[in-house]
Design a protein around this ligand. Structure first.
Ligand SMILES: C[S@@+](CC[C@H](N)C(=O)[O-])C[C@H]1O[C@@H](n2cnc3c(N)ncnc32)[C@H](O)[C@@H]1O
Length: 220
């Protein structure tokens, strides 16, 4: 199936990229994956809610969220096996291994029933993931299908950098290309269109003068 091919290709690329980088990932990314903590504090998580981070990486967000919302049911999925391995260790160190469930899967073919025995989530969030996925739209469509009615799909990611000085924009985009990250204005634009076809935006924030955006779509 095409979805499996896409996921296998993504798994290979991400495993290769992160095999060694994952050891310095949290240390280095805190300087430019901005707005992640803001996303976490804004997520409307009710007691007992089921929450999924798609593309959870090293588990940095899940560890924070695990301490913030002790009665939520947390799940993390990543296409890279090496990242899932690192996330599992981080959650274990934080004493959260029993509360956060992990699975290796690509967002393209992820099936919550197979992975976690769950039909729906109340909240699904993507933190600096969509700009890494060439064909991101089917991944978001699939996530929307996996949300309960009234559920929240949240995204924090790079903005279009149009307000940054040209030298800074070129430097940042060149740096991100090294890591297969490709910020595209159409992602944010299409997410807004998608929200209009649902129950609209529950949150709409421009972070650091266009450096990043934080959107929350409420499912109809
Ligand atoms: C820039 S990292 C962000 C990690 C984490 N969300 C954070 O905020 O620190 C992007 C993550 O997305 C994962 N990823 C890339 N493509 C994916 C896909 N198609 N499905 C699921 N995860 C994917 C990568 O393996 C990587 O761990």
């Amino acid at each position: 199936m095409v979805e499996m091919v896409v996921a296998e290709d993504a798994a290979r690329r991400m495993d290769t990229m992160y095999r060694y980088q994952r050891h310095i990932y949290d240390l280095t990314r805190k300087f430019y994956l901005l707005g992640r903590d803001r996303l976490l504090t804004r997520l409307p998580i009710k007691p007992g809610a089921s929450v999924l981070e798609m593309g959870c990486g090293t588990g940095r967000n899940l560890v924070k969220l695990g301490h913030m919302v002790p009665d939520a049911r947390l799940h993390g999925v990543d296409v890279a096996g090496v990242m899932i391995d690192t996330a599992a260790r981080a959650l274990d160190r934080a004493g959260l291994a029993h509360r956060v469930r992990l699975a290796q899967a690509g967002g393209q073919g992820f099936d919550p029933e197979t992975a976690f025995g769950l039909a729906r989530f109340d909240v699904i969030y993507f933190s600096y993931v969509l700009s890494m996925i060439p064909d991101w739209r089917p991944v978001v469509d699939r996530a929307l299908e996996q949300l309960a009615p009234g559920g929240i799909l949240a995204v924090v990611d790079f903005g279009d950098q149009q307000r940054a000085p040209r030298w800074r924009r070129r430097l940042l985009l060149g740096w991100l290309r090294l890591f297969d990250v490709h910020p595209r204005a159409e992602i944010e634009r299409d997410l807004r269109t998608l929200a209009a076809g649902q129950d609209g935006l529950a949150l709409d924030e421009n972070l650091f003068d266009g450096y990043a955006y934080l959107l929350m779509i409420r499912k109809a």
